[in-house]
Write a protein that binds this ligand. Structure first.
Ligand SMILES: [Zn+2]
Length: 433
């Protein structure tokens, strides 16, 4: 299957990106295909990160366990593994060379404790580049800034910037506000080993991007060959889809101004139920950023509903406006939202199959969100039994509908979003005020 995908991608002018996390495990013979609880070989315990005086796995999972990255033998082993991998895979255009997938799990040994992870990472990237150059391999290497690596190096500099592509993954960002322009951001908080003050809002996140943009300029990297790795379209908190739509459009408009050239979104493929509009806007705005948001939105609604699209667009805008109680902790206007969700669709005879399907999908969305609204309201009222009952009803409903809406609903993905909806309404402060 994979060779076919790569072949087809290349035939269509696309670049193939591969790997990411995993080199820290595979180099020691430990599988890396997920956050799996696995044993670590006894003979390599001494290469694991030392925390609280002990060398051990983090959460029993090798993939999210850091190593003692200041050890030269550790660096060499990971790099040798990556070099061999690249040599064996000439089909890869961009090899992502990332460290472990954990955070606040880094080594506290006497050698590591006074060196930022970014310094050790850049040192490894330079060695990787040296070894690849020696072998005449031109594969591009993608390096990642997230968690501890949001903090830029103190002294190490990339020696061959043309080898590398920068990827910024603002995993702690809020999806209720856009990422601001970096000139509006302040300075990052001070690096603090294993007690990192990770960004609490999008301004703090932008401060890290600003620092990395300055670093990249300093070492002579091209800013255009870089990208944001983001997590849009994950939430079920807006049946009208305009919140994500506006946010994605603004973020894409800001990409270049913030020193980024593009976007990779970490998402399910099957999300055309709750995120068809923002998904469409994402693709169009990346291709033609000169188009206005209104132009793209109208294009979407015309495509989905035909000549009479304005009436549906108004309905979707109304759904976004009324659904504030699903996003705003303080807003309790559930009755108003339920009324909008329960209202019938505009009266119209469908002129084609696309409109017919779009209406069917819209009806399904409203039914599903009506249940989600009920669930959220009951949770706010503290009726835990009732919440459980509604969740069971939703599970039955979605399990029945998944085959009907196979490209629009990924039930596994939806379940995570349903849990997050409650969590954010009940516990979590919005990241941005
Ligand atoms: Zn160490």
């Amino acid at each position: 299957m994979l060779p076919q995908i790569v072949y087809t991608a290349h035939s269509n002018g696309l670049m193939y990106h591969a790997v990411g996390h995993g080199f820290t495990c595979e180099a020691y013979g430990v599988p890396s295909l997920g956050w799996l609880e696995l044993d670590w070989p006894d003979e390599y315990i001494d290469v694991l990160a030392q925390r609280n005086g002990k060398r051990d796995l983090s959460w029993n999972m090798p993939l999210i366990s850091a190593l003692c990255y200041s050890r030269e033998d550790v660096q060499k082993r990971i790099i040798d593994y990556a070099v061999n991998y690249i040599e064996e895979h000439p089909e890869i255009d961009y090899l992502h060379f990332w460290l472990d997938d954990g955070h606040n799990n880094k080594c506290e040994c006497d050698r590591c404790k006074n060196i930022k992870i970014a310094d050790l990472y850049i040192k490894m990237l330079n060695t990787l580049d040296y070894e690849l150059t020696k072998r005449g391999l031109n594969t591009k290497i993608v390096f990642l800034a997230y968690h501890e690596l949001l903090w830029t190096p103190d002294k190490e500099k990339l020696k061959n910037p043309n080898r590398f592509t920068f990827m910024f993954a603002p995993i702690q960002r809020s999806f209720l506000q856009p990422l601001p322009l970096i000139e509006e951001a302040g300075e990052p908080k001070k690096y603090n080993l294993n007690k990192q003050p990770f960004p609490q809002n999008n301004y703090e996140m932008a401060a890290h991007l600003k620092a990395w943009t300055e670093y990249r300029k300093m070492v002579g990297m091209s800013l255009s060959d870089s990208f944001d790795f983001d997590y849009y379209l994950n939430d079920y908190n807006d049946p009208g889809q305009f919140i994500q739509t506006r946010l994605i459009y603004e973020d894409i408009q800001n990409l270049k101004k913030n020193g980024l050239g593009g976007l990779i979104n970490c998402q399910s493929q099957r999300l055309f139920d709750h995120a068809a509009l923002p998904q469409y806007v994402m693709a169009r705005a990346l291709q033609q950023p000169e188009l206005s948001l209104d132009e793209i939105v109208d294009e979407f609604f015309f495509g989905a509903f035909g000549n009479n699209y304005e009436v549906y667009k108004k309905e979707w805008l109304k759904l976004t406006e009324a659904s504030a109680p699903l996003r705003d902790k303080e807003n309790m206007e559930f009755d108003k939202l339920k009324e909008v969700l329960a209202a019938p669709l505009p009266e119209e005879q469908c002129k084609d199959l696309t409109t017919s399907h779009s209406r069917k999908l819209m009806k399904f969305t409203k039914e599903l969100f009506l249940m989600l609204t009920d669930m959220t309201e009951q949770a706010v009222l503290g009726n835990d039994e009732k919440v459980k009952e509604i969740q069971e009803k939703i599970n039955r409903y979605t399990s029945e509908k998944e085959s009907e809406f196979i490209i629009e609903l990924d039930r596994n993905y939806f379940k995570g979003a349903m849990e997050r909806l409650l969590k954010e309404k009940l516990d979590k402060e919005n990241l941005d005020d």
